[in-house]
Design a protein around this ligand. Structure first.
Ligand code: FAD
Length: 288
């Protein structure tokens, strides 16, 4: 077996230097819940693993003015156990609480979930809804990329060699914003979603005119995606069951769903029609 070195740096600078040194042969690892599976399946054959778990300042939730700063190595359980998250960013709270099992959520991180770039990544859909941004750092400096531009293809993200995701910035929603996420699985057990559905609306002071709408889907294309055409149907209109059904119909048509062993394309489309109204009803925006 080829040698595999393991590093556990304590600072970001050290971690970035190790990645530079190892070039593309060094792989960063946070909770290792995806990395380990890929190592075992020989989908990746790195020369070195650079653990981010001991790197100071990379984990935790911090309110930073009008946004939340979510450290990349924050495990899902931290979001799940936060009453503040449940109140202020309920769709993300719901998604992180639905990842795998409590054991997986104990070690699996939100940053790892994004960087793994699976079309089924649970946390991706709410982060799209909330218009979150990824902070990426390398030894050359920092840059920001919208979550909407972070996913390039299944398993491919916008990170350049030597770059780490250090933080996810989530703008806090405006008053009268309602948002939710529904992870649709074949059975009530530890499962990746066969479809992830997120919806968010912001209402005007009159309490029923939509001034902002976002619809995002997981497992409905090669990457988690927003459906702008469906959002446009809701904006400026009264939030009625009919308007939401219309938006859901457009989302179902626009989704790039396909057949897989978890579910057929026609079934995924049908569930998009069903789940968008359900998410907005559960979120308290719509009297279904
Ligand atoms: C049994 C089981 C059940 C699961 N169920 C679900 C589920 O229901 N929903 C779901 O969405 N996922 C699920 N997963 C997948 C996985 O747990 C999540 O994607 C998790 O959030 C990955 O986080 P991690 O910290 O373990 O990532 P790791 O495995 O450490 O890393 C994943 C990838 O991201 C890279 N990476 C990690 N952190 C960074 C960083 N800060 N900067 C740059 N690159 C980085 C790594 O190099 C690697 O390519 C499951 C996995 C298992 C094993």
């Amino acid at each position: 077996m080829a040698q595999l070195d393991y590093y556990r740096p304590k600072t970001l600078e050290e971690a970035l230097a190790l990645l530079d040194e190892g070039r593309e042969q060094a792989v960063p690892v946070a909770g290792a819940t995806d990395v380990w599976v890929n190592l075992r399946a020989k989908k990746i054959v790195p020369r070195a693993l650079v653990s981010l778990r001991a790197v100071a300042g990379l984990a935790g939730l911090r309110q930073d003015g009008a946004s939340l700063s979510l450290g990349a190595t924050t495990p899902h359980w931290v979001v799940e156990d936060s009453a503040w998250m449940a109140e202020h960013l309920p769709a993300l709270h719901r998604a992180c609480s639905a990842v795998g099992s409590r054991q997986v959520r104990n070690v699996g991180t939100v940053g790892g979930n994004l960087c793994n770039a699976a079309p089924s990544a649970d946390s991706a859909v709410p982060l799209l809804l909330y218009d979150a941004r990824c902070v990426l750092r390398s030894s050359l400096g920092a840059r920001e990329v919208a979550v909407a531009d972070f996913f390039l293809a299944p398993g491919k993200n916008a990170l350049r060699p030597g770059e780490l995701l250090t933080e996810i910035r989530v703008p806090l929603p405006a008053p009268r914003t309602f948002a939710g996420y529904w992870k649709h699985t074949r059975r009530k057990a530890m499962e990746l979603p066969l479809l992830g559905v997120g919806a968010l609306v912001t209402l005007a002071a009159d309490g029923d005119t939509v001034v902002g709408a976002r619809i995002a889907l997981g497992v409905a294309g090669p990457v988690p995606l927003r459906i702008a055409k469906a959002e446009a149907v809701l904006e400026g209109r009264k939030l009625t069951v009919e308007a939401v059904r219309e938006a859901a119909e457009i989302a179902a048509q626009e989704a790039q769903v396909r057949d897989s062993w978890r579910g057929k394309a026609w079934y995924r489309r049908e569930m998009i029609r069903v789940l968008i109204p359900r998410v907005l009803t559960e979120a308290g925006a719509l009297n279904g």
